[in-house]
Design a protein around this ligand. Sequence first.
Ligand SMILES: [Zn+2]
Length: 432
Amino acid sequence: MKIKTACPVCGNISFDFVSELFFKPDIPEEFGFYKDRFFVQCIRCGTVMQMPLIVEQDDFMKYGKAYYNQMAKSTQEGEDAINNHITFGQIPMYETCENFLKSSVDPTEHHKWLDVGSAGVPTTFKDFDFTTIEPDERTVMIGRKRFATEKINCATLETYDPKEQYDGVLFHNSFYCLPDPEKSLQKASQLLKRGGVVAIAICSYFMETSTTSPDTRYLRIEEVYRGDVLWAYYNRFSLKYLMERCGFVYVQDKVLQYSDCNRKPWFSARYFLFNKAGDTTQANPQDLQESNLLNKQLLKKLEYDFSQSIRNTLSAINNKNYFLIGNRDILFDLQRFGPMDSIGGVVDYENSAIFGISQNGLNFVDVNAILDNPQANLIVASFKSREAIAAALRKKFSFAKIFVANRSSGIERLIHERFGLCKGFEIVPYNG
Ligand SMILES: [Zn+2]
């Protein structure tokens, strides 16, 4: 195993510590933090990344496995996860990608393409001749069968050694999976013919696009940082700088909405096109400043959005018929965003013996007090076990309206010791 500890964008080696790296951001019961891997932010260009960057694995296929395993609770579920990812993630998005390519390059001139990291959807494009490489063996097998082609190979860009050259290299939501982009771009450059192009699509908070949720909003830190399978979070300035430093000239970038795709119309991604240059390209240091500034603004906005969503929810439920039910830590986190002075009461779910007291402005009541209020609305203030708590409440208070947080999360608190405020709080009716 080989590691690197310099910023892949600007080469700087000074960082601000963000937090320990986490894994399985979308499966709260398996979510956890590493002790020896971290999220850091480059103090020069503001890029957030994993550290250390593991640039060479003993077995490159491990990485591909990890990418798809993060979507599944067990290995058995792994294949279903891959198939779902192809059906709902890759197929609709590659449609937008195909349109982008057709509108950006001449398919007769840039006909032969290498797609880095997918199940092989672009091998079905009519106007282009695509070959795909993908490090996960299972995905390669599934892709070959599904798209009836042999042009899906199990490899990374570094381990792939074709006899031919290409007119274009495509990274469709895969560029952030490269731990050593400089090295990967050198390889891409070798594989490209003279006049070749690189197309990159990235969907992320820092690219100012909307991602995981139909409400198009970022309401958890895990929607911004995606755990151990993404290495660096580029924005439009840092990616441009990196590409120019590695011998590619910026042509264009634009945000495209997947509005035509009925499965995930809320998704959008930023699409870039770069030309392979001669030997000399000049990266503009101004882009590093712009990148740093943009990330500062985006992180500030994130915190603002989190706190506004909590404030709005609390204002809406500040009424004697509403009861907040959760553990004490979350209740106290919420209380910092008040008002909760007119609420019916709060219930410490883990320690229901605590009631009849008022602490830091929170009025703890006995959960049975709710029985006396036929108009009670119960708000489950929990992220890891919202469903379980809601189900238990439903049994006991069949008459009550029950609401749960509209996001689940492996981080039970709203205020995390490293991230600070790490989520918002919005509620939806529980229909279980
Ligand atoms: Zn940097």
